[in-house]
Design a protein around this ligand. Structure first.
Ligand SMILES: Nc1nc2c(ncn2[C@@H]2O[C@H](COP(=O)(O)OP(=O)(O)OP(=O)(O)O)[C@@H](O)[C@H]2O)c(=O)[nH]1
Ligand SMILES: [Mg+2]
Length: 225
């Protein structure tokens, strides 16, 4: 039973958000689960976990969303968090080409420590910063066709396509686990087919303690590292 009451849960999926430091993973999750983001950057330490239950068509899925620290310094401990992954959002920052180039390293981590078969969606975040765009669409198209993924451009700041990204991934995970294709609906009418049931912060307090102490060090930290 979920926090929504007697709602039956058909699926429980572990979802990972992967990508370099400061690409917007925490912000995407915050916008999806809480409807707002914090403007100031506090790097994630280790991992944060959020839960959200969604209804996609007639299926109810509980997502356990794992927000992995993107900074290079956490590489060694990250490998422990990949087990049981059902799907991943591979996030890069449209204003920093290096974060796009580094996606191959993230895929490698996912394949090595997680599940090479799990569905992925490529996320080009910060699309609101149009003037600062630093990644060519043709390069994105090429990469997407190479890895057989879908591409969605998002803005965690404005909320554009954020829900779409998580719902599309949920559809793919359901299809993967049932072996059935789910009807794809047009964007405008998509809202009719999914609803948010509840969300909860599973692991935040202990992490906030770390964040407070670590945030002092973030001013000089290089988000590209
Ligand atoms: N303009 C704009 N800023 C964004 C967007 N998404 C995130 N940001 C900002 O980018 C910075 C980094 O965002 P985070 O969500 O903390 O990045 P992260 O990927 O979780 O970083 P790590 O925890 O270090 O791995 C923050 O200052 C956010 O406010 C977006 O879509 N548009
Ligand atoms: Mg983060």
């Amino acid at each position: 039973m979920s926090a929504a009451g007697n709602t039956e849960t058909h699926f429980v999926f572990k979802v990972l958000l992967l990508g370099d430091g400061a690409v917007g993973k925490t912000s995407l999750i915050s916008m999806f689960t809480k409807g707002f983001i914090k403007q100031d950057y506090k790097m994630t330490i280790g991992v944060d976990i959020m839960a959200k239950t969604v209804k996609v068509d007639d299926k109810i899925a509980k997502l356990s969303i794992w927000d992995l620290a993107g900074q290079q310094r956490f590489k060694a401990i990250r490998s422990a968090f990949y087990g049981g992954v059902a799907g991943a959002l591979l996030v890069f920052d449209l204003t920093r080409a290096l974060t796009f180039k580094n996606l191959v390293n993230w895929l490698q981590e996912l394949y090595q420590f997680g599940n090479p078969e799990c569905p992925t969606i490529l996320i080009g975040n910060k699309c609101d910063l149009v003037e600062l765009r630093d990644v060519r669409q043709e390069d994105i198209d090429w990469f997407v066709s190479e890895i057989g993924s879908e591409y969605i451009q998002t803005s965690a700041k404005t909320g554009e396509n954020v829900e779409k990204a998580f719902i599309s991934l949920t559809r793919k995970m359901i299809e993967k686990s049932t072996g059935k294709k789910i009807r794809v609906v047009k964007d405008q009418s998509e809202a009719k087919y999914y609803t948010t049931i509840d969300s909860e912060n599973i692991r935040s307090e202990s992490n906030n303690v770390h964040r407070e102490s670590e945030s002092k060090n973030t001013l000089n930290s290089n988000p590209h590292s």
